[in-house]
Design a protein around this ligand. Structure first.
Ligand SMILES: Cc1cc2nc3c(=O)[nH]c(=O)nc-3n(C[C@H](O)[C@H](O)[C@H](O)COP(=O)(O)OP(=O)(O)OC[C@H]3O[C@@H](n4cnc5c(N)ncnc54)[C@H](O)[C@@H]3O)c2cc1C
Length: 398
């Protein structure tokens, strides 16, 4: 039960960024001062970084949100967010009991992203995706029913494409797996990283079609920019993510692609009572370069937003850390990996870890990211200071 003087914080989305932000806020603010509500469509936390594993038949650990947030003081609300009214400061939600509204004083928007078929003809109809659980399970079923010798084309030579192609080829050596890349295979990696990637592709029998942007997808093939038709019983689309469309329908300042523009504290540049974190936000990293959509950026942006919200409410110092990168951790199946060290703004340096040790390292990174989400308040030092009480407003329908 909320007290009328409590500051109402509503966090939208319980992915890596939203869950971490909610947990950290609970450690930074006294429960009598702030009511924190975390809204998510699914009752479980989805480990998106493991969707290629789910698609190839591996079982993932169930992580129910109500268990994760029990005793944290964060109220979990399982509902679909259907709108945000930044003038009335309300969020519209739908759940099996009907529709409703949640009022907020501070909003943390963390609705993440989904796949992006990019208007390529046939992609939305024929391609599979692994950006979320539903898509990964659909691909899992399709791959399980695929006879030996059939063709799989993974479109996209970025991190997700590399992880998907190697995982599928390792799990199903009887399939004919191709990866199509717009440029050269791993062209952003160090020479050592590229060499290792080619070696793993060779060992797993994956064909790399380089400088081959896909321009159309059909039920049984894809077409590349030079007109070549590549057989594809299954096409897996991994060319990047698109954010959820909700923010675009608000008065928030967003980019052309719908990401909410935020300052160094993850606060919306247009609405001081709104923060955005994770894939949903466009935040500047070192040198002003935008942070890329990733768990590696999402978690630090969540820490930053939670600390900034708490600091502004309690009069503490604002955080001054700019989220930065250290490495790109790429799984290449279960027994191979590649840890590419990078500059603070994400450019590859010469050093890279490869092989089995890199696979273990990547597994550890995934495990610790999930641990941080599943134990949202553990490991976060409690630094609770009193909040200035809110003046109660006339009752609103909520
Ligand atoms: C196969 C794969 C491998 C990846 N590997 C890596 C990696 O190795 N390293 C890395 O850094 N990144 C990786 N990523 C990217 C990473 O998973 C995402 O960048 C990250 O999940 C973004 O976190 P987020 O919290 O912003 O959003 P999400 O994880 O997408 O969470 C958003 C949450 O909001 C909920 N939601 C969305 N819309 C609504 C709505 N309308 N109403 C209610 N709830 C809603 C969703 O259910 C979800 O729980 C990978 C992604 C994929 C798909």
């Amino acid at each position: 039960m909320q007290h009328p003087t409590q500051h109402r914080i509503v966090v939208l989305g319980a992915g890596y960024a939203g869950a971490v932000a909610a947990g950290r806020l609970a450690r930074r603010l006294r429960p009598q001062d702030a009511a924190i509500t975390l809204v998510n469509a699914e009752p479980h936390f989805v480990e998106r970084v493991r969707m290629h594993q789910l698609a190839t038949g591996q079982e993932l650990r169930a992580r129910p949100l109500d268990e994760m947030f029990a005793k944290t003081g964060v109220e979990v609300r399982i509902a679909q967010v259907t709108g945000v009214d930044t003038d009335r400061r309300t969020v519209s939600v739908t759940d099996p009991d009907g529709t409703g509204e949640l009022a907020y004083d501070t909003l943390v928007y963390a609705l993440g992203s989904a796949w992006d078929p990019q208007d390529v003809p046939g992609a939305a109809e024929h391609a599979h995706e692994i950006a979320g659980r539903t898509g990964a399970l659909r691909l899992r079923e399709r791959l399980a029913g695929l006879a030996a010798g059939r063709t799989v084309v993974v479109v996209g030579g970025g991190l997700t494409g590399l992880e998907a192609a190697t995982e599928i080829a390792e799990a199903r050596p009887d399939l004919d797996v191709t990866l199509t890349a717009r440029g050269e295979l791993g062209d952003w990696l160090s020479p050592k990283g590229r060499r290792h990637l080619r070696k793993v592709f060779h060992t797993l029998g994956i064909t790399a079609r380089e400088n081959a942007a896909v321009t159309a997808v059909a039920a049984d093939h894809v077409v590349t920019a030079d007109g070549t038709s590549v057989p594809a019983d299954v096409t897996v689309w991994t060319t990047g993510f698109a954010v959820q469309p909700l923010a675009r329908a608000t008065t928030l300042d967003v980019t052309d692609t719908g990401r909410i523009v935020v300052d160094a504290t993850m606060r919306s540049v247009s609405h001081p009572d709104v923060y955005a974190v994770g894939d949903a936000a466009l935040a500047a990293g070192p040198g002003g370069k935008p942070l890329r959509m990733s768990c590696a950026s999402g978690v630090p942006t969540a820490w930053q937003a939670a600390d900034a919200v708490a600091a502004r409410l309690t009069g503490a110092k604002l955080p001054k850390v700019t989220p930065r990168y250290f490495n790109q951790c790429i799984s290449l199946g279960r027994s191979q990996g590649l840890i590419q060290y990078v500059t603070a703004d994400d450019r590859a340096v010469g050093a890279a870890l490869t092989g089995r040790f890199a696979a273990l390292y990547k597994e550890l990174v995934c495990k610790s990211a999930a641990w941080g989400v599943a134990n949202p308040t553990l490991g976060v030092p409690t630094r609770r200071r009193p909040v200035a009480p809110r003046t109660p407003e006339p009752a609103r329908t909520v």
